[in-house]
Structures are given as C-alpha cells and as structure tokens.
Design a protein around this ligand. Structure first.
Ligand code: GTP
Length: 373
C-alpha cells in the first residue's frame, strides 16, 4: 500500500538529511556566540573556568575575543579587571537551516507529492508546513536528521488529512433511529461492495440494518446487491429495474420505521457528476427521504479524479464524508491525502480488499504511520 509515495517521502528525508550533513561538515569549527554579561554579575561571582574550555582558545574565533591564555591562568583579581568588558562564550555545535539550504529539496518534495496524485493546493500546504517547521530550526550536529525531517512531514500530512474528523460509530450510537445513510458516487468504484461491508459491520455491532436497492438504473445492480444482502443476512427493499429510486428509498425508510430497524443503507445508481438528469434524480432521492448522512464513495486508485469528483458531488448534494475503496491496490495515496482537505469533509472508512471485513475505520494517525513504517 502506498509504496511509491513511501519511496518518495524517504527520498526527501535523505535529500534534506544530506543537505544538513553537508552544512555540518562546512562548519569545521563550532559556532561561537558571544554574549554580553553585565559587569555586576561578574563582580559578584568569579568567572567559572569551565566556561572557557581550553581547546577553544586556540581557534581563530577565540583569538578575536578577549584573550584568556590557558597557560597563564589569570588570578581572581585579574578576572575582576576583565569584568568591565568581559564576554562569556557559549559554544554550540548546531546547524541552523535557512530557506536557501532546503529550497531545492522542498521543490523536489512538491514534485514528488504532485506525482503521487496529491492535489496541488494540498501539496503546497504540506510543503509550506514542512518549510515552516524546518527553516530556522536548530539542528544539533550528529543528532538524528531523518527523525527531525520525518516528524515535520508526519505533522504536515496528519494536519491536511484530519479535517473535521467525524466518528460514524459514535454518531450512530447517539442518533435517533432509524439512521438513514445514502451512498453516492460513480459506477464501478465499489459502492455496492462498500454498502455490503458496512451492513456486515453494523450487523456485527448488533444493529439491525435494511438496504435500499436504489440503483434501479444499471442492469443487474439489483440482483448484485440482493446476493450480498442474502449472504450477510440483512433485509433488502427493492423494486423493478428502471423504477423510481426515490420510491425504493422511501419504502426502505418506511419499513425501517415500522420494524424498528436501526440503520437504512441506501444504494444509488452510479452516475457521472456531469450527468444533469441523474444528478437531479439523486437530489430527488435526498429530498423525498432526507438522509441523516450522505457518504461519497470513490476508489483511491483514481487519485486526483476521485478528489475532483468528490468536490463536484459535494457541490450538488452536500456530503458528510467519504469512503475510499481499493486502497489495497493504491501505490500513490494521493486521493486519501487530498480528499478531506479539498472537500472539508472527513474520510470515514477505507476499503482494503474485496472481502466483507475489508473495511477499515479511518484514522489519520494510522495512515501517517503506514507512510513511514
Ligand atoms: N481490491 C479491492 N476491490 C474492491 C474494493 N471494493 C470493491 N472492490 C471491487 O470493485 C469492483 C466494483 O465494485 P462494485 O461494488 O460492484 O462497484 P459499484 O460502485 O457498486 O459499481 P456500480 O454497481 O456499477 O455502481 C468489484 O469487483 C469489487 O469486488 C476494495 O476495497 N479493494
């Protein structure tokens, strides 16, 4: 999963790490900072000899500062004499990154993110966040560069992915029943399979479930979902092929109310967001039986296309969240990283295989961990 993206992030870590290490090598001698110390402080307390390590006094920098010869240690009186203009020396072995140091690597990162199908505004947001974290940061020479860079990347990716995180389980638990959830999206992305996985999951959680066979448009769609419903052991409400999907969904809601069913999962016909008639039909379904939640389903492997579709569906029928299917086959991770940021609605679940149990509740922390494992 996400192997190409993992490689690209790892390359970025190495590229920045190399920059930092090269800068560290350039600093053959430690950086010496001079700090003015008020005379009173020095008079009150004699200068600690340890403040001025002997080996540093032979460096070129040290020769420009008040000279303290290690071989002829000054007496306490002499130290007091120096006090008027004395400076304490602070020795540090650190690299401070400036923008110029990492601009090439940041550009490489942006290109890598775009190549991974991450939407451009999301890629820019990640690069900006990484830059803000790294530029000006003090990096101890010899400490673990990779860890520092990885943490900056982790935080940036986590932040773009965790927009309006929403817990569906908690919602269903607390909501008045029945809870009506409508699934929308284009053909063939795994909507029907996802509804079946969700029905199985809810049934395992001891909720009663009814499925509405709202895809009356595609030949065979009703039979397909009927097979799933039978296997899982949940009730299906269906009409004839070509019937009005709004009527099917309405019947399913009435059935749920009459039989105290907890959750209604409504399938809808796959449609292109550009198909005006089908989008109008979808709006009708949502008008006739107002759903509590509308979930957009698309396949992670579609990358940017999935994100654009989510945006367009969201404009027509405001969604509450997304489910990305086929993440098990996705090497780029772009849709998963971009979709919540672009729509402002969270990812709720990831489809991770063809089995009924291959549905994973989305957790941005888990996702980020996968990228760096
Ligand atoms: N590898 C993998 N395959 C999946 C996943 N989810 C669904 N599929 C497969 O994708 C194919 C299409 O799934 P469907 O559920 O029929 O798609 P749909 O969106 O309902 O399609 P329409 O009925 O045409 O609207 C099927 O072969 C599924 O088994 C997933 O998470 N991983």
């Amino acid at each position: 999963m996400f192997n190409k993206l993992k490689d690209k992030l790892s390359n970025f870590k190495q590229s920045i790490g190399k920059t930092i290490d090269e800068k560290a090598v350039d600093l053959e001698e430690p950086v010496v900072e001079s700090v003015e110390v008020p005379a009173e402080e020095l008079v009150a307390e004699p200068i600690e000899e340890s403040v001025i390590p002997e080996e540093k006094t032979s460096t070129p920098e040290a020769s420009t500062t008040p000279v303290v010869q290690p071989e002829s240690k000054p007496s306490f009186k002499q130290k007091i004499g120096f006090a008027q203009k004395a400076k304490a020396l602070v020795f540090e072995r650190e690299v401070i990154l400036d923008e110029g140091d990492i601009s090439d690597s940041l550009w490489e990162l942006e290109v890598a993110l775009l190549e991974s199908d991450i939407a451009i505004t999301v890629a820019e947001a990640i690069v900006e966040a990484v830059k803000a974290e790294l530029v000006g940061s003090r990096k101890k020479i010899g400490s673990n560069t990779g860890e520092h860079v990885e943490q900056a990347l982790r935080t940036a990716i986590y932040n773009v992915m965790s927009a309006n995180v929403f817990d569906l389980d908690e919602y269903i638990e607390k909501a008045d029943k029945p809870v009506h959830i409508v699934f929308i999206g284009i053909n063939g992305t795994g909507k029907t399979t996802t509804i079946s996985k969700m029905a199985k999951r809810l049934k395992d959680m001891k909720y009663s479930v009814v499925i509405a066979a709202g895809d009356t448009f595609r030949a065979g769609a009703i039979d397909q979902i009927a097979i799933h419903a039978e296997r899982i052991g949940v009730k299906l409400i269906k009409h004839q092929e070509g019937g009005d999907p709004a009527a099917v969904v309405y019947d399913a809601v009435q059935h749920a109310k009459a039989h105290n069913v907890d959750v209604i999962l409504s399938d809808t016909a796959g449609r292109m967001h550009t198909n005006v008639n089908l989008m109008a039909q979808l709006e009708k379904v949502c008008r006739v039986s107002t759903p509590d939640l509308i979930i957009f389903v698309d396949e992670a492997v579609a990358g940017n296309d999935a994100v654009e579709r989510a945006e367009q569906f969201n404009a027509a029928v405001p969604i509450d969240g997304s489910i990305l299917t086929k993440t098990d086959a996705d090497s780029k991770g772009g849709a998963a990283i971009s979709i919540a940021y672009i729509t402002g609605k969270p990812i709720l679940f990831l489809g991770m295989g063809q089995g009924y149990d291959d549905l994973r509740k989305f957790d941005p922390q888990w996702f980020v961990d996968q990228l760096f494992e």
